[in-house]
Design a protein around this ligand. Structure first.
Ligand code: PDD
Length: 286
């Protein structure tokens, strides 16, 4: 589990070396992706690569890899790292400059780094084995206003995650200065009230999560649980029957505590069970 890719070559992680003048190191000037793969099969590959390309375009990094090149890289990493449940981490920085200077350097080649890391085996959703669900803290979202970009500059997210971590929580739920829900420090959020699911609108305040998108599409296609994309107030979050967080490495996790208070009746919700089951059955068909 330690073969990585750096600028065209596969090597043990210990041999992967990057210059301190790399813009990713100096400025966090880069874009990344995390793609889940279970025993050789990736979830949402195309969506992940499209989001990576969108991010690169948005910050003006010209890499011009096609989907087949990313596919080969991912397949090779899977093969060389044991093909279990893996997160495939892809990272493109603007490249290595000759000095530290804020403006984009000309004629630099982007740095491409990729590695695989173990993620939990996706379990069949089950109210009993999932147990209590996660405990979350909440905090005002103090990150920048371009959260739709999956930037490697993650200090804002890291500081928010750490707040929850130090409070004994597994994630930090974030709300903006209007007391409207945005997302969590490394996940998107869904709430349920009276059988209706809601999740914040996709705008510059949240990452366009691939798990979020797949879940919305799967639920829409199945059609039995109503889902709204809309503004959600913090008041609604606090009064929700269920809260879930989603991400590529966690899939859909029920939240049973928020700021030490029970969510709903404090148990994992039945709407979560249905949605997570539909996700588990359908996630590979997108
Ligand atoms: N995090 N929002 C934020 C801020 C995230 O960092 C992530 C993912 C998500 C969920 O997106 P997706 O469903 O595409 O994984 C939402 C990744 C896994 C990470 O940084 O490790």
């Amino acid at each position: 589990m330690n073969t990585v890719f750096l600028n065209g070559d596969y090597m043990p992680i210990e041999e992967a070396k990057i210059s301190p003048l790399d813009r990713g190191f100096l400025f966090g000037d880069g874009i990344y992706e995390v793609i889940p793969s279970y025993f050789g099969e990736m979830v949402g590959f195309k969506g992940h690569i499209n989001r990576l390309n969108d991010g690169l375009n948005e910050i003006g990094i010209e890499l011009n890899w096609n989907d087949a090149q990313w596919q080969t890289l991912c397949d090779t990493l899977i093969e060389k790292n044991g093909a279990g449940p893996l997160g495939l981490y892809l990272h493109v920085s603007r490249g290595t400059d000759t000095k530290r200077f804020h403006a984009f350097p000309v004629n630099v080649t982007p740095t491409v780094f990729a590695m695989a890391f173990e993620i939990p085996v996706a379990k069949t959703p089950d109210l009993v084995t999932v147990g209590k669900g996660y405990a979350l803290s909440s905090s005002e979202d103090l990150r920048w206003q371009r959260c739709q970009i999956k930037s490697t500059s993650l200090l804002g997210n890291v500081l928010h995650f750490q707040e929850g971590y130090e409070a004994g929580s597994q994630e930090t739920l974030l709300y903006n200065s209007n007391n409207e829900l945005t997302e969590a420090s490394s996940s998107n959020i869904f709430i349920v009230k009276d059988g209706v699911i809601a999740t914040p609108i996709q705008d510059n305040q949240i990452l366009p999560g691939i798990t979020r998108r797949l879940l919305i599409d799967i639920l829409a296609k199945e059609g039995s649980i109503p889902l709204e994309e809309r503004i959600i107030t913090l008041e609604e979050v606090n009064a929700a029957d269920e809260i879930w967080i989603t991400s590529s490495t966690k899939e859909i996790v029920p939240v049973t505590q928020l700021d030490s208070k029970k969510v709903g009746d404090g148990n994992v919700g039945t709407v979560w069970l249905k949605a997570a089951t539909l996700y588990a059955i359908n996630k590979f068909s997108y």
